[in-house]
Unconditional design. Sequence first.
Length: 215
Amino acid sequence: MAVPSLFESVRPFNECRVPKEVSDYVNSGVGKHLTRLTKRKEKQWLPAGHSGTLIASKSTEQVDANGRTKVSKRDVTIEEFFEFIKKTKHEEWLIMAPTRLTGKEISTGLEAEGIPHFYRNIPVAEANDQTRIHIRTIHTSKGLGADNVAIIAKRSGDIFMLTSDVKLAYVALTRAKKLLLPRVVTKGLVSSMRLSRRSNDASLVAMYDSFFPDS
């Protein structure tokens, strides 16, 4: 079977229109850091002719002893993302992993669920020319785009990769044409790093929150 090139029917992303919801999110986070870079060529994104959806966190309600409701935010977990993929497996997805290890593990997880996809252009779980789910590293996603995009952080090394290069983070956040999930994270990862006694962990999470806000 001939393996189709990634999104061969899709225009280069720099010709596509970006939903306002996505551009507003970029401007509220990583965009602020980009403005500090010198010798950076400005890029003007065209206004979208349609609205988009951005899910940066999930809200959880808890009732305290006095009967007052407290609303807190938490990241979308990888398990929740897998459930979402099951319901949208026929849609176009670009799943970005900061590292090959994380990408491979996400591919293994989807394969276990019987969800056809391409991992680095390799067909998995009987993927064919009708399959629209692709897993790639952020580096190899530059210039590409998809209707739905998810950015995965499975371990602290992923957080490090996402925050070590502001331009790489910008690439990750500007691939979505309709839906963006910028913070799909292993359950408890961010909170454990935030509370870690290692100062490097806390600073990484602070930068992650700055690049990829949870709202």
